[in-house]
Structures are given as C-alpha cells and as structure tokens.
Design a protein around this ligand. Structure first.
Ligand SMILES: [Zn+2]
Length: 171
C-alpha cells in the first residue's frame, strides 16, 4: 500500500501521485503499520459522533483541517468546515466497520449486493466511461486530441504573425 504524506489517503502500489491534493504529492510506501491514514471527512456534530464511536471501539483517532479549507478560523479552532479523520493504518478496517455501523460511511460496493436486475444497473453505473473505451478507441481519441492541439497551436502562431504583420503595415 502507498499513502499520501499530505492528506494521508491510501493508494494502491500502482499509483504514483495523490489525486486529492492540488499539487499531486508523490506517494510513499506505507511501512509503519501505525501511520495515521485517512478514514473519512466530517464536520461539526458528525465529526464528534464518529470520533466518539471510534473511541468506544478503542481506536485512537485524530482529525485535521482539510488543506482546501485552511483559514484563520481553522487555526483558531472556530472552523466548522470538514475535517479529515485519521486513524492508524492497522486499525483502518476496524474503524471503517465502526463508521459503517453508525451509518457514517457507506459500505464499499453496497449496490452490487442487490439481487436481480438492479445488479446490472448498479454495476454499469459504477463503471467509469474511460474503462469502457476499448484501447483502440482510446488511442484514436488521443491522436485526435493531439492533432486538434497542433491545429490550435498553428492557428495561434499564424494569427499572431498576421496581426504583427498588420500592425507593422500601419507604420
Ligand atoms: Zn494527498
């Protein structure tokens, strides 16, 4: 497993950069099992409720202001915006179960458990469109995008030349 040292979200080993952080921090391999990692985000009462439930379950947790919502209020503690709840990595599964138990987070792949026709709908809904695209189609899209980019670049260069020429012609 890998994790982002900034927002503490977990990633698979195949990932290299955090997709949550604005600067796309490089991920580090998680070695220390007690490293605090991201569980969920909450604010106000919900935050207190989750932390109380975790405490009841004997799971140490901490919370930190989200990077995006850093403000003077966040520093003074008057901030009521979302905070990230962190728990030790080795207690992450347990902490998730606690949160699911109190309805704070939805179990992963919940929709897929539904029997019958709904299953297909749920599965189709879950699949990202980029994954549906065949490799050939994806390559075609990439090539077309590249060509369009070149055309736009050419237009900009020609346009600038034309305007420069026109301005020179004025004097
Ligand atoms: Zn991050």
């Amino acid at each position: 497993m890998k994790y982002c040292t900034k927002c503490r979200r977990m990633y698979n080993d195949s990932e290299h950069n955090c997709t949550e952080c604005r600067k796309h921090y490089a991920l580090e391999t998680l070695e220390d099992q007690t490293t605090p990692v991201y569980l969920t985000s909450a604010s106000g009462f919900e935050l207190d409720r989750i932390q109380a439930a975790l405490e009841d379950g004997g799971i140490p947790s901490s919370s930190k202001a989200q990077e995006k919502s850093l403000s003077a209020d966040a520093v003074t503690g008057a901030d009521k915006s979302n905070r990230d709840i962190l728990v030790p990595f080795n207690a992450l599964e347990e902490a998730r179960d606690v949160c699911i138990g109190i309805g704070a987070i939805k179990p992963e792949g919940e929709e897929i458990k539904v029997e019958g026709q709904d299953v297909e709908d749920a599965v189709n809904f879950e699949i990202d469109e980029s994954e549906v695209m065949s490799p050939a189609k994806r390559t075609a899209v990439k090539i077309i995008s590249a060509i369009l980019l070149i055309i736009i670049a050419c237009l900009v260069i020609w346009g600038t030349d034309a305007i420069t020429g026109w301005i020179k012609g004025l004097f």
